[in-house]
Write a new protein. Structure first.
Length: 121
């Protein structure tokens, strides 16, 4: 699980992200992100609504899988960003880990949130 300092706490902290954030999306996932100059580290939240999956254990499993995937790639993320991953399909409950990783990293790459893609200024 991702450390507490790297996660959002409460719904009110996401308000800025919903208003000011930019979005990159495919059919199954969306990544909303915004720079946060007041923080040194990035923060992350994963949202899986009841529309996606009625059963709470399934939603929690998807959320845990996403957090674990991001935790393993945390050093590659650019610091100082607020990131929200929204899940739109229930297939992530039993999707193979490598396919899940490909989808998530592809969206993070499109959002230019991976350090390996940092442009020289």
């Amino acid at each position: 699980m991702l450390q507490r300092q790297y996660r959002f706490h409460g719904r009110a902290t996401l308000r800025h992200l919903y208003v000011q954030g930019k979005t990159v999306r495919n059919r199954a996932l969306a990544v909303r992100y915004a720079a946060n100059p007041r923080r040194q580290d990035s923060r992350l939240a994963v949202v899986v609504t009841r529309k996606v999956l009625k059963a709470a254990p399934g939603r929690n499993r998807i959320r845990r899988r996403m957090y674990e995937l991001i935790r393993t790639h945390w050093p590659q993320l650019r610091p100082g960003y607020d990131i929200l991953i929204t899940v739109y399909e229930p297939r992530f409950v039993d999707m193979p880990a490598d396919e899940l990783q490909t989808l998530v990293l592809e969206l993070l790459s499109q959002a230019h949130l991976l350090q390996s893609e940092r442009r020289a200024s």
